[in-house]
Design a protein around this ligand. Structure first.
Ligand code: FES
Ligand SMILES: [Fe+2]
Length: 375
C-alpha cells in the first residue's frame, strides 16, 4: 500500500464519480480490533516503547519556531522534550532536563538567547552545549563537554519538525513523499492544549472516516459536506482521507485537467501514529494526539494560515475556525462516549467496516510494529 498520493484532477474525478454512483472508497476487508487494545496497560506501554519512541513523529510546525532561540517544550511519548532553533537556523531537540539535578529546563513556548536552569542557573547554548556553571570551582575537574543537553534526533520536513527518540528512525520512505504542507508563507496563529478522558486511538479514529458525518455532525458539517463519500489513500504507514464539500459540484464545468481541490474538500493527513493535519479553505489545523495514559490524551492543536497578512484574511480565518471548532467538539464528545462505553464490557472486538479502511491501515501498522500476530 505504498502508493503515491493522487493529484488534484484525479481526486476530483474520483469524488464526482462517487457522487454519481452513490458510492465511496472501500477497503479490502472488515477489521476486528480487540477491545483490550484500548484498555490494557501492557498494550499502552508497548505502543509508547515500540511505536512512539521509534517512529519519526511530527513534533510541531516549523512555523512555531520562526526565529533563532524560539523553542517549543512539551511531552512526546511520555518524555519531556524541547525543540529549539539555533543560531545556525537548524532545529535541534533535547530531553528537557538540566544535567545538574534534572530540573525541567523550559515550559511551553517562547524565545530565549540561551536555556538557563531556574534552580542553580546552569546555562546551555541553543546548540545544547553547557556554557556556564555559576561558581564552577564547586565542581572541580568537571568536563563541561560531557554535560550538554541530551539530544534526540530532529529534522525539518514539509514545514514540520519531526523527532525520533530512540536510536535509528524506522523509515518507510513515505514521509519523504509528503507534499510541502506548510510552505514559508504559513504562520502559526494559535496553539491550544486540551486534555480529555479517552484512549488516544479512539480520538485518532474519529478523524479517519466520513461515515459519521450525517449523524454526528448533522447541523455543522453535514449541510456543507457529503456523508460517507471519501477518497482514502495510504502512503507508507500514513493515510490521506478526502472529505468533499457539496460545492465541488461546480467543478463539473471545469475541464478535468484544470480542476483544483482547494476550497472544495478537506484533506485529513494522518501522519502515523498520532498527528492529523486537516486542510480548510482559510487555514490548516495540525493536531498532535499525545497519549498521557491508557485512558487520557492531550490534544495539542496548532492552527496555521497563509492569509493572516491582511484584514479580510483574518476575518475569514476567525469565521472558519469557529465553525470547525463546533464540529471538533462533536468529535470529542463521541470519543469520550466511546471511552465510557468500554466499561460496559459489551464488545470483545470493535468491527471496522469497508468505509473505515484508513482505521484498518492504522491498526494493522500498530500491530506489525508491536509484533502481534495478525487477527
Ligand atoms: S538542577 Fe539545573 S542548575 Fe541545578
Ligand atoms: Fe467528525
Amino acid at each position: 500500500m505504498n502508493g503515491m498520493l493522487a493529484d488534484e484532477p484525479e481526486i476530483v474525478e474520483r469524488i464526482l464519480d462517487h457522487i454519481d454512483r452513490k458510492s465511496t472508497d472501500l477497503s479490502d476487508g472488515v477489521w476486528h480490533e480487540p477491545v483490550e487494545h484500548y484498555t490494557s496497560q501492557a498494550r499502552f506501554s508497548a505502543e509508547i516503547r515500540q511505536v512512539f519512541r521509534k517512529t519519526a513523529t511530527p513534533f510541531c510546525p516549523s512555523a512555531a519556531l520562526p526565529d533563532t532561540g524560539c523553542y517549543v517544550a512539551r511531552d512526546a511519548a511520555l518524555t519531556p522534550v524541547v525543540a529549539v532553533r539555533g543560531g545556525d537556523g537548524k532545529v535541534r531537540a533535547f530531553r528537557n532536563a538540566c544535567r545538574h539535578r534534572g530540573v525541567q529546563l523550559v515550559d511551553g513556548s517562547g524565545c530565549k538567547k540561551a536555556l538557563t536552569c531556574r534552580y542553580h542557573a546552569w546555562t546551555y547554548g541553543l546548540d545544547g552545549q553547557l556554557r556556564g556553571i555559576p561558581d564552577e570551582h564547586g565542581f572541580p575537574g568537571i568536563d563541561k563537554a560531557a554535560y550538554g543537553l541530551v539530544p534526540i534526533q530532529a529534522e525539518e520536513r514539509s514545514g514540520m519538525v519531526f523527532v525520533t527518540q530512540d536510536g535509528a528512525e524506522i523509515r518507510d520512505g513515505a514521509t519523504e513523499s509528503l507534499p510541502d504542507l506548510f510552505g514559508p508563507d504559513w504562520r502559526l496563529l494559535t496553539t491550544v492544549e486540551q486534555e480529555f478522558a479517552a484512549n488516544w486511538k479512539i480520538v485518532a479514529e474519529g478523524f479517519l472516516e466520513g461515515y459519521h458525518i450525517r449523524s454526528t455532525h448533522h447541523d455543522t458539517f453535514f449541510p456543507l459536506q457529503y456523508d460517507n463519500i471519501n477518497v482514502v489513500e495510504a502512503f507508507g504507514r500514513n493515510s490521506r482521507i478526502s472529505f468533499p464539500y457539496r460545492r465541488i459540484e461546480k467543478l463539473r464545468k471545469v475541464p478535468p485537467a484544470e480542476r483544483r481541490t482547494w476550497g472544495m474538500l478537506t484533506h485529513v493527513y494522518h501522519l502515523f501514529p498520532n498527528v492529523m493535519i486537516a486542510t480548510f479553505p482559510t487555514n490548516m489545523i495540525m493536531t498532535v494526539l499525545e497519549p498521557l495514559a491508557v485512558d487520557r490524551t492531550r490534544l495539542v492543536t496548532y492552527t496555521l494560515s497563509n492569509l493572516a497578512g491582511h484584514e479580510e484574511g483574518r476575518a475569514a480565518i476567525a469565521q472558519g475556525r469557529n465553525f470547525v471548532a463546533l464540529g471538533a467538539a462533536e468529535d470529542r464528545d463521541v470519543a469520550c462516549a466511546a471511552q465510557r462505553g468500554l466499561a460496559a464490557g459489551a464488545n470483545d472486538v470493535f468491527t471496522f467496516g469497508l468505509f473505515e479502511g484508513a482505521i484498518r491501515h492504522f491498526h494493522r501498522n500498530l500491530q506489525t510494529l508491536i509484533g502481534e500476530t495478525a487477527s
